[in-house]
Design a protein around this ligand. Structure first.
Ligand SMILES: Nc1ncnc2c1ncn2[C@@H]1O[C@H](COP(=O)(O)OP(=O)(O)O)[C@@H](O)[C@H]1O
Ligand SMILES: [Mg+2]
Length: 242
């Protein structure tokens, strides 16, 4: 479904990706973990070209992502759902308008888009919030709008960039619950960057550890946390013992 080969990206002198490789199968749920600054966001942002890598190869659903331009690139972006750490909602639009913004831009009929928007808002438990504006919602509710927006195009893959990292601890649970329910109820391929270790152990089919711009270790959660081979894996194991 997704294959990433030898991906490199630098920002000036800072090397964000230093030969990252990753494969994800169709329907698989993969959690990416690693210290802050190790390149997790850069890696997943390259998948739908929110960030342009310097070199490497990305194959998604048989397409050579880095070769796409214009309309084909737009179509790729529509087939990828992205959930941001900072929600990225548009303040002057209502909840429903935020969710369907890209559908309408893409030329879908308003009523059809609204109907789809309502369906995904119901999925994230926000059926009654459609006319509200982002600032009237809690952080957890805002992120659930972000999730609905990612879902509305029926993506073949969803990318999550630390979706609970900006939330008050008491609001994290409601978002993780929605995520877990989605993983269990849909066949969508998921690549989730998160520091939520217990969530990762419950939900991930595979965990991938990154360090210094590369994937350094991966495996099934239980095995990985019990017998880590990388330095970063051993650090996570220690964390779990406290
Ligand atoms: N737009 C950017 N401009 C400059 N440096 C960046 C940019 N995005 C990321 N970086 C740098 O690249 C490195 C990897 O960042 P990132 O992928 O955000 O790591 P992570 O998500 O694992 O915390 C960091 O050193 C970060 O400061
Ligand atoms: Mg990040």
């Amino acid at each position: 479904m997704l294959e990433i080969y030898d991906l490199h990206k630098s920002f000036g002198k800072v090397v964000a990706l230093d030969g990252a490789n990753l494969k994800v199968s169709k329907g698989e749920t993969v959690v990416i973990m690693g210290p802050s600054g190790c390149g997790k966001s850069t890696l997943i942002r390259c998948i739908n070209r929110l960030t342009e890598p310097d070199s490497g190869r990305i194959i998604l659903g048989g397409q050579d992502v880095l070769q796409l331009e214009g309309r084909a690139l737009q179509e790729l972006r529509r087939s990828v759902g992205f959930v941001f750490q900072q929600f990225n909602l548009i303040g002057r639009l209502t909840v429903l308008e935020n969710v369907i913004f890209h559908l309408v831009l893409g030329g879908m009929d308003q009523e059809e888009a609204r109907e789809k928007g309502r369906q995904v808002l119901a999925k994230v438990g926000l059926a009654t919030a459609e006319t509200r504006r982002p600032h009237e919602l809690s952080g957890g509710q805002q992120q659930r709008v972000g999730i609905a927006r990612a879902l509305v195009t029926n993506p073949s893959i969803m990318l999550w960039d630390e979706p609970t990292a900006s939330l008050d601890p008491i609001l994290v649970g409601e978002v993780l619950e929605v995520m877990e329910e989605l993983v269990r109820s849909t066949a969508t391929t998921m690549v989730i960057v998160t520091h939520e270790v217990s969530f990762a152990r419950r939900v991930a089919e595979r965990i991938v550890f990154m360090d210094q711009g590369r994937v350094v270790e991966e495996g099934e959660p239980k095995e990985l946390f019990e017998h880590p081979r990388s330095d970063i894996g051993r650090l996570y194991k220690k964390l779990l013992q406290h």
